[in-house]
Ligand binder design. Structure first.
Ligand code: HEC
Ligand code: HEC
Ligand code: HEC
Ligand code: HEC
Length: 99
């Protein structure tokens, strides 16, 4: 009984720890592997396939809430979202990086 409780608590804390530290790319890799964004799982030279993949699933900048529509026709998703570094649930770039 006590052992089961310890295991449950350990499991819960692990799950919490992993969720807090998970980066955006890992969360997407859980969907369909690296192929979720990379053709054959390999980064492209020009990033075009990756950029198109974002749009396939999320739609364009005008399909999302602020600060997205403000940058339609000016920026790509990866200008603000560093998917291999940003943690899930964290706002990516501060506005004053550019403004
Ligand atoms: C959410 C989409 C996404 C997923 C899933 C993803 N990546 Fe990426 N990856 C990118 C983007 C976009 C870049 C371009 C650099 C950047 O903006 O972070 C990149 C860059 C890279 C680079 C660096 C390339 C360079 O020239 O610097 C490597 C290596 C890489 N990814 C490997 C992987 C591997 C291996 C996986 C699976 C474990 C994976 N990626 C999953 C989107 C993704
Ligand atoms: C100008 C910088 C910028 C660009 C460009 C940008 N984002 Fe964001 N994005 C943000 C910020 C800042 C947040 C956090 C907003 C918040 O917490 O209210 C965010 C949040 C999100 C979220 C989570 C919240 C939501 O609205 O669903 C998703 C998904 C997202 N962005 C996808 C994208 C995609 C896909 C693209 C490209 C089509 C993109 N973003 C381009 C800055 C940007
Ligand atoms: C296979 C479909 C798919 C692709 C491709 C994809 N996404 Fe996502 N993405 C999702 C889903 C599903 C979620 C979770 C629900 C949501 O927040 O919209 C998500 C969540 C996100 C979030 C929110 C993460 C958080 O903090 O909660 C961001 C930011 C994001 N995606 C950016 C991107 C970017 C940038 C790309 C391209 C490099 C991309 N996505 C490619 C399906 C996809
Ligand atoms: C990667 C650089 C970058 C980031 C980060 C960024 N912006 Fe922008 N933003 C631009 C560029 C480039 C333009 C178009 C040129 C201009 O008007 O400054 C623009 C235009 C805008 C505009 C419309 C034009 C204007 O000045 O009225 C608004 C509003 C705006 N951004 C708000 C934000 C907010 C809010 C954030 C943070 C959530 C943000 N931006 C983050 C680069 C960025």
């Amino acid at each position: 009984m006590f052992k089961q409780l310890l295991i449950a608590l350990f499991g819960a804390s692990m799950a919490f720890g992993v969720a807090a530290a998970e980066v955006v790319s890992d969360m997407h890799t859980d969907m369909s592997g690296c192929e979720t964004c990379h053709a054959d799982g390999m980064p492209s030279d020009d990033g075009a396939h990756e950029a198109a993949s974002c749009l396939d699933c999320h739609g364009g900048l005008t399909d999302m809430g602020t600060p997205h529509p403000e940058h339609d026709g000016m920026l790509e998703c990866t200008d603000c979202h560093n998917v291999h570094e940003d943690e899930v649930g964290q706002a990516p770039a501060t506005c004053d990086n550019c403004h």
